[in-house]
Design a protein around this ligand. Structure first.
Ligand SMILES: CC(C)(COP(=O)(O)OP(=O)(O)OC[C@H]1O[C@@H](n2cnc3c(N)ncnc32)[C@H](O)[C@@H]1OP(=O)(O)O)[C@@H](O)C(=O)NCCC(=O)NCCS
Length: 208
C-alpha cells in the first residue's frame, strides 16, 4: 500500500493497494471459507442463488492521505472534527464497497475521540480495513494519523469503527461476502468487532 504525494495538486484522492485491479468481484479462498465457492451453472439452467465469495481484509483495505488546508479548519488553525469524520466515512465507505461490490450505506459510526489536534499544513492519513462481516452488514475500522511535514513527526489522532449495510438494486439489505481472516491481528480485530456487534445489538434503538 502506498500513500499519495501529499503535496501533489490532487492530493485529495484515494490510494488503493496494488494488485487489485478494481474490477474483481470475488476471490475463491481455500479452506473453510472456500467451501462457499458456487457450483458452476449448467448451460441453460440458471445458477441457484449462492452466498458471495469470501474476501481477505488485505484485498480491500486502503490508505488515504489528504493535506489539511484553511477551509478544513477553524480560525485558529485547528482542523475540524467534522472534517476528519467525513474523511473517516469516505475511507471506510471505499473499503466497504470494495468488499461488497454493491451500494453500501453507513448504518452507524461508533464514538470517536480526538486524542491529539491536527493543524492546517498537516497531512492526515487514514488506514481502513474490514474487521468483520455479518449477514448484510460489515464493520470497517479506520485509524487516523497526522504528520507534520516539516518536522517529520507523526501521531495517532484517533480510531473509529463504522457499520455499513450492503444494498441490492432495490435498496434492500443484501448478503455481504464473508471475511477470511488469516493473521493473528486480523483474528484479534474480528473477535473485537464481534464483541462490539453484540454490544450494539443490545443498544440498537427500536425501529418505528
Ligand atoms: C441501514 C439501513 C439500510 C438498515 O435497514 P434495516 O431495515 O434496519 O435493516 P435490517 O434490520 O434488515 O438490518 C440489516 C443489517 O444492518 C444492521 N444494522 C442496521 N441498523 C444498524 C445500526 N444502527 N447499527 C448497527 N447495525 C445496524 C443489522 O444488524 C443487520 O446486520 P446483519 O444482516 O449483518 O445481521 C437503514 O436503516 C437505512 O437506510 N438507514 C439510513 C442509512 C443512511 O442514509 N446513511 C447515511 C448515508 S450513506
Amino acid at each position: 500500500m502506498s500513500t499519495q504525494d501529499p503535496l501533489a495538486p490532487d492530493a485529495r484522492s484515494v490510494s488503493l493497494p496494488a494488485g487489485d485491479g478494481g474490477g474483481r468481484t470475488g476471490t475463491a479462498i481455500d479452506g473453510p471459507a472456500g467451501d462457499r465457492t458456487p457450483a458452476p451453472a449448467t448451460a441453460g439452467v440458471p445458477a441457484a442463488p449462492t452466498e458471495p465469495l469470501a474476501k481477505r481484509p488485505s484485498e480491500t483495505s486502503i490508505t488515504m492521505s489528504q493535506l489539511m488546508l484553511p477551509p478544513d479548519a477553524n480560525p485558529w488553525g485547528n482542523v475540524h472534527g467534522g472534517t476528519i469524520m467525513k474523511l473517516v466515512d469516505s475511507a471506510a465507505g471505499v473499503v466497504a464497497t470494495r468488499h461488497c461490490r454493491t451500494r453500501v450505506v453507513t448504518a452507524r459510526i461508533d464514538e470517536m475521540s480526538f486524542l491529539k489536534p491536527v493543524f492546517i499544513g498537516n497531512v492526515v492519513t487514514l488506514k481502513a480495513s474490514v474487521n468483520d462481516t455479518g449477514r448484510t452488514s460489515l464493520e470497517v475500522g479506520v485509524r487516523v494519523e497526522a504528520e507534520d511535514l516539516t518536522r517529520g513527526e507523526t501521531w495517532h489522532v484517533g480510531s473509529a469503527y463504522l457499520v455499513f449495510v450492503a444494498l441490492d438494486s432495490e435498496g434492500r439489505p443484501t448478503l455481504v461476502p464473508p471475511l477470511h481472516v488469516e493473521t493473528p491481528d486480523e483474528r484479534r480485530r474480528q473477535a473485537e468487532a464481534a464483541a462490539r456487534r453484540a454490544r450494539r445489538q443490545q443498544s440498537r434503538p427500536l425501529q418505528q
